[in-house]
Ligand binder design. Structure first.
Ligand SMILES: Nc1nc2c(ncn2[C@@H]2O[C@H](COP(=O)(O)OP(=O)(O)OP(=O)(O)O)[C@@H](O)[C@H]2O)c(=O)[nH]1
Ligand SMILES: [Zn+2]
Length: 199
């Protein structure tokens, strides 16, 4: 059955979301009619739409749109795209987590346009996420579309739900790392880490 939100126009959704934010502000004790807050509900609705715009994107299509057939080398040669910054929202508190993604892969007969891994990261980051799932989704998408000899994805992030509230740890960061194919070989993982350190 069609979901309620699928029957609404973009404008109707934006207005409804804004209305809910107006109620939230009121419930939190604010005067929603004061000058600075008058347009805030609609601003927040638009901001949230942007921050979750990944739901409207097809990550597979992003990668497929720039695949080139090239012979890069043997099955142990790594292409590394590092320091791809991202901003996401944790699905538990709807607060930002943000940091960097590093993606390495060993091309088979296909390489991908260099901007596409970064676009792929945004497509998965601009959703309600947990870091582990985002890491897995990037890896799986790379593997299924580019069919490389191996892929490795490392995500380094700080979570504002751990800094601004809750446990309030300002220096804690989280690293996740998943790999497939030839990266199961420790030596090849070491090479990826050494390329990463070479800043
Ligand atoms: N594994 C994982 N946990 C996350 C991520 N983002 C937020 N969390 C955690 O999700 C958990 C939710 O725990 P709950 O006990 O249900 O929520 P809470 O009472 O707000 O927890 P505290 O943050 O400890 O105050 C917390 O431990 C968060 O730190 C993420 O990307 N990955
Ligand atoms: Zn959180």
């Amino acid at each position: 059955m069609q979901k309620v939100q699928d029957r609404l126009s973009d404008q109707e959704k934006e207005d409804l979301i804004a209305g809910h934010y107006k109620s939230i502000l009121e419930l939190l004790g604010e005067d929603v009619n004061r000058e600075g807050l008058e347009k805030t509900p609609i601003r927040v609705a638009r901001a949230m739409k942007f921050l979750t715009s990944g739901y409207d994107q097809s990550p597979e299509e992003i990668l497929r749109s720039a695949i080139f057939h090239e012979n890069y080398g043997d099955s142990q040669r790594i292409v590394l795209v590092k320091d791809i910054e991202f901003y996401s929202l944790c699905e538990h508190h709807l607060l930002p987590f943000f940091g960097k993604v590093h993606i390495g892969y060993m091309p088979g007969d296909k390489i991908v346009g260099l901007s596409k891994p970064a676009r792929l990261v945004d497509a998965f980051a601009r959703r309600f996420q947990v870091q582990e799932r985002m890491t897995r989704e990037i890896l799986d998408c790379f593997d299924s579309v580019i069919e490389p000899y191996g892929t490795i994805v490392m995500v380094e992030a700080r979570h504002l739900c751990m800094q601004m509230r809750g446990v309030e740890k300002q220096n804690a960061s989280t690293t996740t790392c998943l790999y497939s194919g030839n990266f199961k070989d420790r030596e090849l993982r070491e090479e990826f880490f050494s390329m990463l350190r070479n800043r």
